[in-house]
Write a protein that binds this ligand. Sequence first.
Ligand SMILES: [Zn+2]
Length: 454
Amino acid sequence: MTEKKIMEKIVSLARRRGFIFPACEIYGGLANAYSFGPYGTELKNNIKRLWWKMFVEDREDMVGIDGPIILHPKVWEASGHLENFNDALVDCRKCKNRFRADHLVEKETGRDMEGKLEAMSEVLEREKIKCPKCGAHDWTRVRDFNLMFKTEMNGIRGPVYLRGETAGAIFCDFKNILDSMRVKIPFGIAQIGKVFRNEIMARNFIFRLREFEQMEIEYFINPKADWEKVFDKWLKLQREFALRLGVKEKDLRHFEHPKAKLSHYSKKTVDIEYHFPFGFKELFGLAYRTDFDLAQHARVSGAELKYFDQESGQKFIPHVIEPTFGLERSVLAAILAAYSEEKVKGETRVVLSLPKDVAPVKAAILPLSKKPELINLAKEVLGDLKQSFVLEYDETQSIGKRYRRQDEIGTPYCVTIDFDSLKDKAVTVRDRDTMKQDRVKIQELKKYLREKLS
Ligand SMILES: [Zn+2]
């Protein structure tokens, strides 16, 4: 299968089976925005739950918050987003399309000129670089375009911004957490939520979106601590989380940002990249941000953002290690890693072998036919189990087609109620991955599924 073909198949399955739809389709769509359908939402929520459990609930050194999307505009002044969170853009005067200038220059000349606006304008002229859309050579000057989404708020003079990362709220709440919680360095604050970036080009399905969710941690350490050790520990945990999504070790790699290209605040940044069909691309990121954020927020706000260490009697601004996880990218990686096609009796079987804890539906209850006595028994079984598991009941179409549908949405178990069930009070449970079938007493079904799903 070619790589383009795999993406096409994933996009089509996602839409056909109710995972992910193009947003506002009845109005012709909106700039590569997507909506999560019923199964996509379950999958996404399961990934969030897994993350929250692994990084917040199961640890002693973490607390979670849920801050607002619109923060005080000064937050973005302090963090440098208003000044530095830019893309270099250039317009074709002929066809009016807009492009990332650094991408154009790099594609044509192989040179990385990020951030050098004047030099890029010169290269576009000198090398007679043509517009990829219409072939003309008629460029505007290259200029910076800020990625923050601007809006207004009643009672506030000047613009406010939709957050470009979740970290801002965490730093704002740092003092409140110190004052209200029993936290001791090292500790972390975690948050999951929407962020907004006014990208020139959203692309690759849900990989690059203008509106997406981040799962982010700011982990505060003593400036004298061995930050490299903490950094490596987080890197390992991020890989571990990727494996929990069903991603294979061989499809992961690390990319360390060269020193010269590091963000203004970072001492070390590593991307955990996944082998998407369109190449190795960032799935998660890890950065050592030193005391940049807290020091900046202290300076701009005038608040004292120091930690008092009772043992040493010292006060200091903690340093921070920031692991960040893209949620939609995690969903895409989980679907890609789970997708397979196999030949079964001359037919193609499409299966999403999602890990059981992230699969949207845990088991499907399927009466073999629409005979009332089978439907009644199936509804009884459903009633017994639905408090314990996310289930789906389906009585339409042939049993083969219903199995296919459940395979395609990644349901680990199909429970079939047949005519023998009326006599032996047992059902057939089919395993998604092995297609093996077990005969299980209805009385023992809850216990059976609980064991299999744990
Ligand atoms: Zn053009």
